[in-house]
Design a protein around this ligand. Structure first.
Ligand SMILES: C[S@@+](CC[C@H](N)C(=O)[O-])C[C@H]1O[C@@H](n2cnc3c(N)ncnc32)[C@H](O)[C@@H]1O
Length: 299
């Protein structure tokens, strides 16, 4: 073999055949093909040596990956291959929260509450929402984010359904991924103008942290859609920022320098007027920090 052959793949193949690599691999070939049907065995026995090595390499790598995935999933890790879609401008930075939490090895919703200090979902749900949920309830959540509240609602509605809606395609893709193993969770698109559910099919419409951003026009559209999709006696529960409360006033003063485009502030009687105009009756209110949670019923 001349020295100028080195570095050229074709020359390398020739060199391999000069060293009779085929013979070196013959024992391995016979061993590896022992249990194969005759035709496949023949194909493998007569295959080019480098092709054989490449094929064996990729088969072994794929097998190892499968084993690792099975092992991790037996430990409870989500090993599904589906990746969230590209972040869109509507996803409000949740893609970054997922990135940071994954890097830290923490569930994204735990990370949001621990690192960003968002009010913990569970205590509020226990106080405000769970009294209105039954095992068979069909619940619809608007603006579900990364599923911070949905993950606590799911165990309560074993025989019911949870429909999660969001206007961000990144959020919807994340939610499908996050709840991929939960059979009674459905994810849908919605911007407020219409919610893709049948009339009189839902027991509870819930939303957290979305109506605190909505203008009255959007709130009126949602109120109409809630009335259409709710069963008789069904409930609507959401939080808004009631500027007549001291907490909301302090929030306005402290947040406006940075977040003047984010939040909206309304009065209780304005929200009541909008919902009463489509037929709802107000049942109760809870104050949680800046948020006022209101419960309406379709009587
Ligand atoms: C502040 S985040 C709250 C997320 C989640 N509910 C939580 O508390 O962690 C607001 C959510 O509402 C969604 N959203 C905002 N406007 C919307 C609209 N018009 N229709 C549907 N979803 C909307 C956003 O994409 C985002 O997921």
């Amino acid at each position: 073999m001349s020295s100028n052959r080195s570095g050229n793949p074709q020359c390398f193949r020739a060199a391999v055949s000069e060293f009779d690599f085929i013979k070196q691999l013959s024992i391995l070939r016979k061993f590896a093909t022992a249990n194969l049907p005759a035709r496949r065995r023949q194909r493998w026995l007569s295959a080019d040596s480098l092709d054989l090595v490449n094929t064996l390499h990729s088969k072994i790598a794929a097998g190892l990956k499968r084993l690792a995935r099975r092992f991790l999933s037996s430990l409870g890790y989500d090993t599904s291959k589906r990746k969230p879609s590209k972040a869109d401008p509507l996803c409000e930075g949740f893609d970054r929260y997922l990135f940071e939490s994954t890097k830290a090895g923490i569930d994204v919703n735990d990370w949001i509450e621990e690192q960003l200090g968002w009010e913990p979902a569970l205590p509020t749900l226990r106080k405000v929402v769970f009294p209105y949920i039954e095992q068979t309830s069909c619940v619809c959540e608007i603006g579900a984010g990364t599923g911070r509240h949905a993950r606590h609602i799911i165990p309560l509605i074993g025989k019911g359904k949870l429909h999660l809606f969001d206007h961000s395609s990144w959020i919807r893709s994340h939610l499908k991924n996050y709840f991929s193993k939960v059979e009674n969770v459905y994810v849908g698109e919605c911007d407020g103008a219409s919610i893709g559910l049948a009339a009189d099919s839902v027991d509870l419409c819930f939303s957290n942290g979305a109506f605190i951003e909505f203008k009255l026009g959007t709130i009126l559209l949602f109120a109409k859609e809630f009335w259409r999709i709710l069963k008789r006696n069904g409930y609507v529960i959401f939080d808004y920022i009631d500027i007549s409360t001291e907490e909301a006033w302090q929030h306005l003063k402290s947040q406006s320098a940075v977040h003047h485009r984010t939040f909206t502030y309304h009065c209780g009687h304005t929200i009541d007027k909008v919902f009463a105009s489509v037929g709802f009756t107000v049942l109760e209110r809870h104050q949680e920090d800046k948020s006022t949670y209101v419960v309406f019923q379709k009587i």
